[in-house]
Design a protein around this ligand. Structure first.
Ligand code: HEM
Length: 396
C-alpha cells in the first residue's frame, strides 16, 4: 500500500467485530466526526463515513471503480470480477441492460398482484400461528418466494438460496472463522446455480428465461447468464428480508407508528424509507480509487481500497436533522440504503413493492403486533439485520 500522510485520520475500530456490530451507532457518529476519510490500517482500507462524500463517490465510477471488486479482500474479489456488481461501464451497462425493462415500474406493476397474493398468504399463516419468528417464518419467506418465482427457478434447490446469499456476503469482509464455516452453504448454492446451462428448467417468460434469451441473441455469454441470475438472487434475498424484519420490529416496538399506518396505510411507504435509512440492510460496499483523492485531512492514494459506508451516511446529522431518530414524516427519499449512481440497486422498485405488500397484508389481517422475546442480530460483515425476531400477533 502507498504512503499515508501523518495528518490523515485513522482508527483501530474493527467495523466487522461481533461486539462492535451489536451497538455501532455511537461509534458511527465518532467516525463521521473524525474526518471525510478515515484510515483503517489494521485492515488496509479507508472508511468514507459522511453522506456527501459517499454520494459523490458512488456517483463517480471512474475514480471509485467497482472493477476490482466491491469486497475487502482480493482473494474473494477475484471470482466476482466482471459481474454486474464488480464492473464499470461499458461492460456494466451491457449487463445491467439485460433486465432493465423487467425491473422498470410498468413491468413491476404487472407482478404487483402476484406479490400481494403471496405476501397475504404468508402473513395469513403467521397470523393463524399467533406467535412466530419474524425472520424465518415471514421476512425471509417473502423475497425467497418472490425472487425465485421471478427468476423462474424450479422448487428443488431453492433451499440453497438464503444460506448461499448470506455466505456470499460473508466473504465481503475480512477472513474469519465465520467465512470458513459458511463454505458448505456457498458450495451448495454454487452447485445449484451452475446447474443452469440454458432456459430449459426455468419458467417460460421468467427473468431467467429472458437472461438466457440474451445469450441466444449474442448480448452476453452463458457464464454471464449464470452470474447475472446469481447477482439478482444474492442481492434480492437477505437485503430485502432484513428490511422487512426491520419494519416488523418497528411496528412491534412503536405502537404509535403501527397505529398511524393502520389508520392511513398510504403512510407505509414513508415509514419504510425511514426504516431503510436507519437500519440500512447493506451497510457498505468497497471500491478502489483510480487516482489520488483529496478528502479533507487525508489524501487517499491511487490503488487504495475505500469503504462507502451507506449505513453511516444515512445517519449523518449534516444531512438529516437528528439523524439517529425515527421520524414518521421524514420520508427520506434521498437515503443511500440502495446505493447511488451507476450501481444503485437494480431491485429497489421490487423491494418497495414487497414492503408495501407486507404492510398492506398486516393492516388487513392483524389487529396488534408485539415482541414475544428478545430479538437477535444476525452476524454478517456488510449486511445488517435480525437473525431472530420473536413476534406475537392478534388476528383481526
Ligand atoms: C431492501 C432491499 C435491498 C437493499 C437494501 C439493496 C441494496 C443495494 C445496494 C446498496 C446496492 C449498490 C451496490 C453498489 O453500490 O456497489 C445494490 C445493488 C444491486 N441490487 Fe439491491 N438491494 C435490495 C434489494 C434488491 C432486490 C430485491 C434485487 C433484485 C431482485 C436487487 C438487485 C440488485 C442488483 C442486481 C444490484 C447490482 C446493481 C449494479 O451493480 O448495477 N436488490 N443493492
Amino acid at each position: 500500500m502507498s504512503t499515508v500522510s501523518p495528518e490523515a485520520p485513522s482508527t483501530d475500530v474493527d467495523l466487522f467485530d461481533h461486539e462492535f456490530l451489536q451497538a455501532p451507532y455511537a461509534a458511527y457518529r465518532e467516525l463521521r466526526e473524525q474526518g471525510r476519510a478515515v484510515h483503517v490500517p489494521a485492515q488496509g482500507f479507508w472508511l468514507i463515513p459522511r453522506y456527501d462524500d459517499v454520494r459523490a463517490a458512488a456517483a463517480d465510477w471512474e475514480t471509485f471503480t467497482s472493477s476490482q471488486g466491491v469486497a475487502l479482500l482480493d482473494d474473494f474479489n477475484q471470482p466476482m470480477l466482471g459481474t454486474i456488481l464488480a464492473s464499470d461501464p461499458p461492460r456494466h451497462t451491457d449487463l445491467r441492460g439485460v433486465l432493465s425493462e423487467q425491473l422498470a415500474p410498468r413491468a413491476l406493476g404487472a407482478v404487483r398482484e402476484h406479490i400481494g397474493a403471496e405476501v397475504a398468504r404468508v402473513v395469513s399463516e403467521c397470523a393463524e400461528a399467533g406467535s412466530f419468528d419474524g425472520v424465518s417464518q415471514l421476512g425471509q419467506r417473502i423475497p425467497l418466494e418472490v425472487v425465485s418465482h421471478l427468476i423462474g427457478l424450479p422448487e428443488e434447490g431453492r433451499d440453497t438460496l438464503l444460506p448461499g446469499a448470506d455466505a456470499v456476503f460473508t466473504t465481503f469482509g475480512p477472513f474469519s472463522p465465520t467465512v470458513e464455516s459458511r463454505m458448505g452453504d456457498f458450495m451448495a448454492y454454487m452447485g445449484f446455480m451452475t446447474s443452469f446451462t440454458d432456459a430449459s428448467r426455468l419458467r417460460p417468460g421468467s427473468w431467467g428465461a429472458d437472461i438466457f434469451a440474451a445469450v441466444e441473441a449474442g448480448r452476453i455469454t452463458g457464464q454471464d447468464a449464470v452470474s447475472l441470475m446469481m447477482a439478482y438472487l444474492v442481492a434480492g434475498m437477505d437485503t430485502t428480508s432484513n428490511s422487512l424484519t426491520a419494519l416488523l420490529h418497528l411496528f412491534a416496538t412503536r405502537p404509535d407508528v403501527w397505529h398511524a399506518v393502520q389508520e392511513d396505510p398510504s403512510r407505509a411507504s414513508a415509514v419504510y424509507e425511514e426504516c431503510l435509512r436507519l437500519e440500512s440492510p447493506v451497510q457498505g460496499f468497497f471500491r478502489v480509487v483510480t487516482k489520488d483523492v483529496d478528502l479533507g485531512d487525508a489524501v487517499v492514494p491511487a490503488g487504495d481500497r475505500v469503504l462507502l459506508h451507506f449505513g453511516m451516511a444515512n445517519r449523518d446529522d449534516a444531512h438529516y436533522a437528528d439523524a439517529d431518530e425515527f421520524q414518521i414524516d421524514r420520508n427520506p427519499i434521498d437515503h443511500m440504503a440502495f446505493g447511488y449512481g451507476t450501481h444503485s440497486c437494480a431491485g429497489q422498485g421490487l423491494a418497495r413493492l414487497e414492503a408495501k405488500a407486507l404492510a398492506a397484508a398486516l393492516v388487513d389481517q392483524v389487529a396488534s403486533i408485539e415482541l414475544a422475546g428478545d430479538p437477535e442480530l444476525h452476524e454478517n460483515p456488510v449486511v445488517r439485520g435480525f437473525g431472530h425476531l420473536p413476534l406475537t400477533v392478534v388476528r383481526k
